[in-house]
Design a protein around this ligand. Structure first.
Ligand SMILES: C[S@@+](CC[C@H](N)C(=O)[O-])C[C@H]1O[C@@H](n2cnc3c(N)ncnc32)[C@H](O)[C@@H]1O
Length: 220
């Protein structure tokens, strides 16, 4: 990242950045390196344009989107994750199509709108999902697509720190909170999906994903 990609943040930026940097620095690789399957399922049929990936982590989704022809802005609070993501993008040959932005969403407002906004597992104890996902919705242009995926509260991983129930949501709760309804939105997908996964120590698990996809029909 270059210096201009760093933005001033709010009072808890250090805390969020420190928390996530520590988490990423504790392992050479935290996530699988594969794009999230619900994103692949929901975005594969879309016409590529400019996408925003909020909480992009180690960048697998942004890299997959770029490989599908999207220009991608990929934002995360963790500089450690972004450095890893940028290296992976470079190895994959898609660096030119991805802008990595280090930013705390708690102190961010979208400066433009995007053809696709994706928020995958944007769960945080420091940032209420209601706030983070409202920002995601606000960043979708008229005619654009919003894809939100998260852990369903009744299908959480058994490993790691998944004890704070308020971090998680159903697709129905997201739709209600964000007002994803006509005439402003067309709700395309509202779902709970079982998914087989493997934990960090190789433990098999059945997880449930909350999945929402919507098309913005009109501005606010
Ligand atoms: C559970 S991880 C998911 C990462 C990625 N989307 C994926 O599915 O692999 C949540 C991500 O959100 C980022 N994040 C958490 N709080 C944030 C905040 N306040 N601002 C920006 N990013 C944040 C973390 O650094 C982390 O990379």
């Amino acid at each position: 990242m270059t210096e201009h990609q760093h933005h001033a943040g709010g009072s808890d930026e250090g805390t969020a950045a420190q928390l996530w940097d520590e988490r990423y620095a504790s392992r050479p690789k935290v996530w699988s390196g594969l794009p999230n399957p619900q994103l692949v399922a929901e975005a594969s049929g879309l016409t590529p344009g400019h996408a925003l990936d909020l909480g992009c982590g180690e960048g697998a989704d942004a890299i997959w989107l770029a490989s599908q022809g999207w220009s991608v802005t990929a934002l995360d609070v963790s500089a450690v994750a972004l450095e890893r993501a940028a290296a992976h993008a470079s190895e994959t040959g898609v660096s030119e199509n991805i802008e990595w932005v280090q930013q705390d969403l708690a102190a961010w407002v979208p400066e433009r709108q995007y053809d696709l906004v994706s928020a995958q597992f944007l769960h945080s104890t420091l940032l209420p999902w209601q706030q983070a996902l409202s920002l995601a919705a606000a960043a979708v242009r008229t005619g654009g697509t919003l894809i939100i995926v998260g852990h369903h509260p009744e299908g959480l991983p058994t490993w790691g720190n998944h004890h704070s129930a308020e971090k998680y949501f159903t697709a129905e709760e997201v739709a209600r909170e964000l007002g994803i309804e006509a005439p402003e939105w067309q709700l395309d997908v509202l779902d709970s999906r079982l998914r087989s996964a493997t934990g960090p120590d190789g433990e098999p698990a059945e997880l449930t994903d909350a999945v929402l996809r919507a098309t913005r029909l009109a501005a606010h």
